[in-house]
Design a protein around this ligand. Structure first.
Ligand SMILES: Nc1ncnc2c1ncn2[C@@H]1O[C@H](COP(=O)(O)OP(=O)(O)OP(=O)(O)O)[C@@H](O)[C@H]1O
Ligand SMILES: [Mg+2]
Length: 314
C-alpha cells in the first residue's frame, strides 16, 4: 500500500465512525420494532386514538427540540381547521373501467390514512383528482380553506435528469428552511440516506429506492398540513422507513399514504381506506390489523378482485 500512514488511519477512523452511526440507527430501528411488537392490540388502538385527539398538542410542540430529537423531521404547515378534505359522492371511470363509485369520506385533521388496493384500483387517480389533475365524472373533492397540500407526482415528470440529487432537493442552496428551523442543506439530504458522493448523483440515473427517497425529501420539506404520499415505502431501506414512521408520528397534520407495506401501515395509520369489491372503497377507523379482522367478519376470506367493468347498455 502506497499513500501515507496517517491519511490511511484518518480514512479508517472515518469509516469506523460511519459504521457506528449506521449501527446506532439500526439499533434504534430495532428498538422501535420491538416496542411495537410487544404492545397489546388494545394499546395499539389507543395510540391511534391518542393521535387523533392530540392535534393542538402536536402543533404547539417546540419545533427546535423536535428537530433535534428526530432522525427525520417534517415541519408542520399552518393550523388545520376541522374541514380537511371531503370526498362527496365521487365517481370515476376510464373508458369502461370503473375505479370508484359514490365514494364518500372525510379526512380527520390529525389522521394518518392508509390507502390500500390492488394495482390499477385507482389509488393514484384519487390523489390526482384531489390535486385537480384529473376530474371526477360526478361528485367532487371539497378542500378545506386552511388546507395546504404537499404532493409530488409519482412520475416526477418535471425533474431535470441532468441535475444532482442535492440540487433538485435544495435548489442549490447551502441552507434549507424547515418551518422555523434552518438546516444545512447537505445535512438535510443525508437524512434520506444520501451520503457524501451520493448527493451528486444525477437524477436521471437513480434506482427505484433512490428515486423514492428523493421524492420523500422533496415532499417532506414543504410546510404543508396535508401530505399525500404515493407509495413512499417502495424499495426504501429499513432505516429511512423507520425514520419516516417516527416523523409521521410526530407530524402535526393529516397524512394520506398509498402503500402496499402493511407492517408500516399497521404502525402509523389511524384509518384505512381500502379498495374491496366492485369499485367499492371501505373507510375504517382503526389500525390495519383491526381493519383486516373486521373485514374477515364482514366478507369472509375473499381477496379484493380486479376493478370491475361497466355493464354495456345497449
Ligand atoms: N389518464 C388515463 N387515461 C386512461 N386510463 C387511465 C388514466 N390514468 C389511469 N388510468 C387507468 O386507471 C387505472 C387506475 O390507475 P391508477 O394509477 O389510479 O391505479 P393505482 O391504484 O395507483 O395502481 P398502482 O398500484 O399500480 O399504482 C389503471 O388501469 C390505469 O391504467
Ligand atoms: Mg399508483
Amino acid at each position: 500500500w502506497q499513500g501515507n500512514y496517517s491519511s490511511w488511519l484518518e480514512q479508517k477512523g472515518k469509516r469506523l465512525q460511519q459504521e457506528e452511526k449506521t449501527e446506532s440507527k439500526r439499533q434504534k430501528a430495532l428498538a422501535r420494532e420491538l416496542e411495537w411488537a410487544r404492545l397489546a392490540p388494545k394499546a395499539r388502538h389507543a395510540k391511534g386514538k391518542a393521535r387523533l385527539a392530540a392535534y393542538d398538542k402536536l402543533l404547539n410542540e417546540d419545533t427546535k427540540s423536535k428537530e433535534e430529537k428526530l432522525e427525520l423531521f417534517i415541519p408542520n404547515g399552518p393550523r388545520l381547521g376541522s374541514n380537511v378534505i371531503n370526498a362527496e359522492s365521487v365517481t370515476k371511470s376510464f373508458g369502461d373501467r370503473v375505479l370508484m363509485e359514490n365514494l364518500n369520506f372525510s379526512l380527520p385533521p390529525n389522521g394518518i390514512v392508509g390507502i390500500i388496493g390492488p394495482n390499477g384500483a385507482g389509488k393514484s387517480t384519487m390523489f390526482k383528482m384531489i390535486m385537480g389533475l384529473e376530474q371526477p365524472d360526478s361528485g367532487q373533492f371539497e378542500i378545506g380553506e386552511t388546507v395546504k397540500i404537499s404532493y409530488v407526482d409519482q412520475a416526477h415528470a418535471e425533474l431535470d435528469p441532468e441535475k444532482s440529487v442535492w440540487e433538485v432537493i435544495t435548489g442549490g442552496n447551502e441552507n434549507i428552511e424547515l418551518g422555523k428551523v434552518i438546516m444545512n442543506s447537505r445535512a438535510y439530504v443525508s437524512k434520506f440516506n444520501f451520503q457524501g458522493a451520493d448527493q451528486q448523483k444525477k437524477v436521471g440515473y437513480l434506482s427505484g429506492g433512490e428515486r423514492n427517497r428523493l421524492h420523500l425529501a422533496m415532499t417532506l420539506k414543504q410546510e404543508a398540513n396535508v401530505l399525500l404520499l404515493d407509495e413512499p415505502t417502495n424499495d426504501i431501506d429499513i432505516n429511512t422507513l423507520r425514520a419516516l414512521e417516527e416523523a409521521l408520528d410526530n407530524f402535526a397534520g393529516c397524512a394520506v399514504i398509498i402503500t402496499h407495506d402493511r407492517w408500516f401501515l399497521d404502525r402509523v395509520a389511524t384509518h384505512i381506506l381500502a379498495y374491496e369489491v366492485d369499485s367499492a372503497w371501505y373507510w375504517y377507523e382503526g389500525t390495519y390489523s383491526e381493519y383486516e379482522e373486521a373485514k374477515k367478519k364482514r366478507l369472509g376470506d375473499h381477496e379484493p378482485k380486479r376493478p370491475r367493468f361497466k355493464k354495456l347498455v345497449v
